[in-house]
Design a binder for this molecule. Structure first.
Ligand SMILES: [Zn+2]
Length: 412
């Protein structure tokens, strides 16, 4: 009888108490909170239940789950332009499947290198990326979303639309196919690479077709465009965001702003990473000595353009790095350079990589801020990045969707 009673008690305990333990809120007391929308608060406690933030308490908690009073907490970074799969293969060279003969790789290797990139990225404090993009991105996106493999939330364009010989009707077909394949965004090349001079490649009619069809499928359209002409066409076509824009002048930046088009410039990491890893790229595709010379010339142009962009009233600048092989996990370097060399206000830079980036992706109700109801994508930083942006090199803890994916917090 006693045994039966204790078995019953155990069952009741298992049925009622254990699930309650699972649902127990996690409390994180922090020295400083940056909410991702430009606000800051001192000594607050963030309450997380399951995957979401359910409260921000101003009354100090005596026994929080995590006592991070020596750290700054902010939303996880959002990088709106990466290539999550790009990697150096077994021979140390950039793996590029179009370069047959350079090296062969199994699909298993390809996806596991991409998974490595995902781990590096999320551990550096970037909890969401938009990959612009490759077909393999979808498998990684879905695997990470299953919740076991650590990595950032991934949005992907799958294979970009880049062929300038396509008719407008063929471009519409290609966009429809991407939508069916599960693309989160449509990536379009409207100009050449900066390594090839950046001249326009698509006509107004072709861009109208691409971005018009994307809109018809409720998809955003991200357009690679470097110069005045390609950017003007993309803006007029109603595309969502201009990527790069290295060759833009003040008038075209104003034109982008007036149309409410998003702008994602790159100033540093993409170039520096190519220079630092030149031997791993050179000899493949347009990674020639001339291509590298073009990139060296682009560096000061990009910086001047960025400074001009900051002065442009109403221009919606977002954070995107164009991270490729060698750059994954160093994403915040781009933001540090924007502040230190470009003169961006640190708080504005942080907003551009959190709530503003989320809004540009249409995800402002889910991520990008520390607010009740949003996903608990949080990073804990040593120091205060609004005082010294270099603090973003010291991300000690990362939580994504309420799960801790990095904990290198040192107790004080
Ligand atoms: Zn890119």
């Amino acid at each position: 009888m006693r045994t039966l009673r204790s078995v019953l008690a155990l069952l009741l305990f298992a049925a009622f108490v254990l699930p309650a333990w699972g649902a127990e809120p996690v409390t994180i007391r922090v020295g400083k909170l940056l909410d991702g929308k430009g606000g800051a608060m001192s000594d607050v406690t963030i309450v997380v239940e399951g995957s979401r933030i359910v409260g921000i308490e101003k009354t100090p908690r005596e026994n929080p789950t995590w006592d991070l009073r020596h750290l700054t907490l902010m939303p996880g970074g959002i990088d709106t332009h990466v290539h999550i799969g790009w990697h150096f293969g077994r021979n140390g060279k950039l793996y590029d499947e179009e370069e047959k003969g350079v090296q062969k790789e199994t699909p298993a290797d390809t996806i596991l290198y991409a998974a490595d990139n995902g781990v590096e990225t999320v551990r550096s404090g970037i909890t969401t990326v938009q990959s612009l993009g490759a077909p393999e991105d979808a498998a990684l996106r879905d695997a990470i979303a299953r919740g076991i493999l650590p990595g950032p939330r991934i949005l992907t364009s799958l294979e970009p639309i880049a062929d300038p010989s396509l008719t407008p009707e063929k471009i519409r077909e290609a966009v429809r196919r991407r939508a069916e394949e599960g693309a989160d965004v449509i990536k379009i090349f409207a100009s050449k690479s900066i390594r090839d001079g950046g001249a326009p490649t698509l006509t107004q009619e072709q861009l109208d077709a691409a971005c018009g069809e994307a809109k018809a499928h409720h998809l955003r359209a991200a357009v690679h465009a470097h110069g005045v002409e390609s950017v003007r066409r993309a803006v007029l076509a109603g595309c969502t965001v201009i990527e790069h824009g290295v060759l833009l002048d003040a008038a075209t930046l104003r034109f982008i702003a007036e149309h409410g088009t998003w702008f994602d410039p790159q100033t540093d990491l993409v170039f520096r990473n190519y220079f630092e890893n030149k031997q791993h790229f050179v000899g493949i595709g347009n990674f020639t000595d001339e291509g590298f010379a073009q990139m060296r010339r682009a560096v000061p142009l990009a910086l001047n353009m960025f400074k001009e962009a900051l002065k442009t009233p109403g221009l919606k600048i977002v954070f995107g790095t164009d991270a490729v092989a060698g750059a994954h996990g160093r994403n915040f370097e781009e933001l540090i350079y924007r502040v230190e060399k470009g003169g961006q206000d640190p708080m504005d830079a942080i907003v551009s990589a959190t709530s503003r980036a989320a809004e540009s992706l249409g995800l402002q109700d889910k991520i990008g801020a520390v607010a009740s109801g949003l996903e608990a994508d949080l990073i804990a930083v040593e120091g205060d990045p609004t005082q010294d942006i270099n603090a973003l090199r010291h991300v000690a803890g990362v939580m994504k969707g309420g799960k801790v994916v990095k904990n290198e917090v040192r107790c004080r």
